[in-house]
Write a protein that binds this ligand. Structure first.
Ligand SMILES: Cc1cc2nc3c(=O)[nH]c(=O)nc-3n(C[C@H](O)[C@H](O)[C@H](O)COP(=O)(O)OP(=O)(O)OC[C@H]3O[C@@H](n4cnc5c(N)ncnc54)[C@H](O)[C@@H]3O)c2cc1C
Length: 384
């Protein structure tokens, strides 16, 4: 028998679950549909910790999706190192805030959201087969960058693949992380040899544990993945100049190919069913390089905007109204383009091997570092 819902959400990642909870808070009946994960995503427990901003934190807290305790580490300092002495520092104290952002353990965040969903009676979780019997005027696709439903709808997903893969792992260090996020940009002899290494504090305030995201050329990623734990740890400690002393890999490594991508269109009607509409959100709509830790922040901003547009709709407008959904797409696309532009250009800037670029970008880092009020203003904007 067909089950009727107000909204169907395809994809039970963080973006899909957060949206389901936001919409259920508006008293909408939500079908949350778990579809099969693509093989491009590692299957073991996620080794990453996400850097989340204030807006993401507020949204997750509003739906009881924010984990507690050592799963969340407030970041007090951020240090960015160039490849020729350039350095940029950010500090929460200078900004007049409690934290620049928060590093959140991904499995803890997923578990917290899954538990919030279970306690929300207006959300029904369906598997792929059960989903065939549901009807809803609006389907939101939150299946991540390899979304199958998006492909079935004929939506274009324009992808620029970076010549970099991200190797992620958890590492224990001799020295405490001091609630500081550290990032090194290194160019190589050619664009294809550039790498970006980030050590992100996790495990709570006094911990020695960091989450590693090391974006390197695909061949180097393969080599790093093939090293035994002890050689990997040594190579890592050397690459970050022993800043946190000696290092020990504490679990599995995982690797992600990196890309810049945008879907088009973001909204529309289902083929042959003009009374049913769709919208895309999160990585199903866009993907970007993780160097600025913004992908999920942007995805959560999508669902916040979609929920706002739906809540503020005129009483006579149905949920599948394309004019309504266009408001959402228009509001978000500009923001996403701007963030994608920033991450893409930073990646390009530091990948350039030429002797002209190297001093220039390091001079730029140092110059920006001394720009007091402008730096504070730019940092405040990035933290929102
Ligand atoms: C190394 C790395 C580090 C990152 N660090 C940060 C960070 O610090 N801060 C930040 O904000 N962002 C970060 N990101 C980006 C972040 O991972 C993504 O933006 C975020 O996971 C997107 O969430 P999502 O729910 O849209 O998609 P996903 O997390 O991909 O979830 C999609 C869901 O849909 C299901 N599904 C998938 N595929 C299909 C399919 N074909 N058919 C059906 N269902 C499917 C999946 O099982 C999954 O449950 C990072 C990314 C990488 C690669």
């Amino acid at each position: 028998m067909a089950q009727n819902f107000d909204i169907a959400i395809r994809g039970c990642g963080i973006v899909g679950r957060a949206l389901a909870l936001l919409l259920a808070n508006q008293r909408l009946r939500v079908a949350l549909i778990q579809t099969v994960a693509p093989l491009t995503t590692p299957t073991q427990s996620d080794v990453r910790a996400y850097s989340l901003n204030t807006a993401a934190r507020n949204l997750l807290e509003s739906v009881r999706g924010w984990p507690e305790g050592v799963s969340v580490t407030p970041v007090l300092e951020m240090q960015v190192f160039g490849d020729q002495g350039g350095e940029l520092n950010f500090s929460a104290r200078e900004q007049g805030v409690d934290a620049l952002n928060w590093m959140v353990d991904v499995p803890a965040l997923e578990a917290q959201l899954a538990s919030a969903v279970r306690f929300q009676p207006l959300i029904t979780e369906l598997n792929g087969k059960q989903a065939d019997t549901q009807t809803a005027p609006l389907t939101v696709i939150c299946e991540g960058r390899a979304s199958r439903t998006r492909a079935e709808l004929g939506v274009t997903f324009e992808v620029k693949a970076y010549e970099q893969h991200a190797v992620a792992a958890r590492v224990s260090c001799d020295l405490p992380h001091g609630q500081t996020a550290r990032q090194w940009f290194q160019s190589g002899a050619s664009v294809a040899q550039a790498d970006i290494l980030a050590l992100l504090p996790m495990g709570g305030e006094a911990s020695h544990e960091v989450a590693l995201v090391w974006s390197v050329p695909p061949a180097k990623a393969q080599t790093l993945m093939a090293l035994n734990g002890s050689d990997f740890s040594k190579a890592l400690a050397e690459a970050c100049q022993h800043t946190l002393g000696s290092m020990t890999l504490t679990g599995e490594r995982a690797v992600w190919p990196l890309q810049l991508a945008q879907a088009s269109p973001w909204i529309g009607t289902l083929p042959g069913q003009p009374e049913r509409s769709f919208a895309l959100a999160g990585d199903a709509a866009h993907a970007m390089h993780p160097l600025a830790g913004q992908g999920l922040n942007v995805g959560l901003a999508d669902v916040a905007e979609l929920a706002r547009v739906l809540a503020e709709r005129e009483f006579w407008r149905p949920l599948n109204d394309l004019k309504l959904l266009r408001r959402y797409a228009r509001a978000r696309q500009a923001d996403v383009k701007a963030m994608a532009w920033v991450t893409d250009n930073l990646q390009n800037l530091f990948a350039q091997p030429s002797p002209v670029w190297q001093p220039l970008r390091n001079w730029g880092l140092n110059a920006f570092n001394h720009l007091g009020p402008i730096k504070r203003w730019a940092t405040a904007n990035a933290m929102r």
